[in-house]
Design a binder for this molecule. Structure first.
Ligand code: SF4
Length: 305
């Protein structure tokens, strides 16, 4: 059981609510204002059945998804997960309405918003706090960082540097009223980065009082992205399963025990995937990683391996 070695999102939510909290994907319906990251294929990380709030029939769609998940996971608690693009982009009033409305749905007990550091100013932070007020204390921002190496951020065409991530954390601390918890998105396996560079990104990025979680992705090449062209042109090396397990194992051993690890590797539809093709199905990979951690005696936060 991974939960015995890692502080997973399920374990955390069980601790807070006494049962599983399943994520339901929501969408503000507003597209990403940046749209230039070389790895990004918008539809590869947004489930087809995302609920676009205020689209016709969205409440019925929510009820259907909720009923399905209730049966599948035996829980009636859900997190409204705004995963699509830059979910804090848009007018304050509209976003407030969207988040508040989602939090008013039966069964929704948490709010998760995915965004970029440069779209999280004082007003947006205060709006999120206000939208959640009286509804939930589980407000998470998944903050796209990917790496603290500025050269990597330039190569990925992220359009921000590492400092803008740390400044966003400081703003959340100042204006977030102690309500917002942050989990940075980190990509492992960016060409040119050493294992020490990746470890440095993780250790530094979780070392802030508002950071309570972290989410990992391994670099994947998706069809139709700029990264696909770069990959065929430059033929850079991608991580294979064994290298990834060794890197993530070292990282897990160094992450403080109270930091929630929300994701361990990328899962994306096979029809988008160009390389590396090592992720078969999620359950298989989780079990394989669990075996690997047991074999190598790794427990989150228990020191260097
Ligand atoms: S900011 Fe996010 S949604 Fe926008 S291009 Fe980059 S990865 Fe894609």
């Amino acid at each position: 059981m991974l939960d015995e070695r890692i502080f997973t999102f399920n374990k955390y939510m069980n601790k807070v609510f006494g049962k599983r909290v399943s994520r339901i994907s929501f969408d503000t319906g507003i597209t990403c204002p940046w749209n230039k990251c070389v790895f990004c294929r918008h539809d590869s990380f947004v489930p087809e059945n995302s609920i676009v709030v205020f689209n016709e029939g969205w409440k019925k769609q929510y009820e259907k998804t909720k009923d399905f998940l209730e049966k599948r996971y035996s829980t009636n608690l859900f997190a409204a997960y705004f995963q699509n693009g830059t979910s804090t982009f848009g007018s304050l009033n509209l976003l407030f309405k969207i988040f508040r409305e989602a939090l008013s749905l039966e069964g929704i007990v948490a709010l998760i918003i995915s965004t970029r550091p440069d779209h999280l100013g004082k007003e947006k932070i205060e709006m999120i706090v206000e939208a959640a007020s009286g509804k939930t204390e589980e407000v998470w921002i998944e903050l796209g960082l990917q790496s603290i190496q500025d050269e990597s951020l330039r190569w990925l065409k992220r359009g921000h540097d590492a400092d803008s991530y740390f400044k966003a954390l400081d703003r959340i601390k100042k204006y977030g009223n102690g309500v917002i918890k942050v989990a940075p998105h980190i990509i492992l396996g960016i060409p040119g980065e050493t294992v020490d560079d990746m470890v440095e990104t993780v250790v530094e990025s979780v070392n802030h009082p508002v950071v309570k979680g972290v989410k990992f992705h391994h670099l994947q090449i998706h069809k139709g992205t700029e990264l696909e062209s770069l990959y065929f042109k430059e033929k850079f090396k991608l991580l294979d399963e064994e290298s990834y397990f060794s890197i993530i194992g070292r990282i897990i051993s160094l992450i403080p025990e109270d930091i929630v690890i929300s994701r361990l590797f990328t899962t994306s539809p096979g029809n988008y995937l160009v390389a590396p093709k090592w992720n078969k199905n999620l359950q298989y990979m989780l079990e394989k990683l669990d075996d690997w951690l047991i074999k190598n005696n790794i427990v989150q936060g228990k020191g260097r391996i």
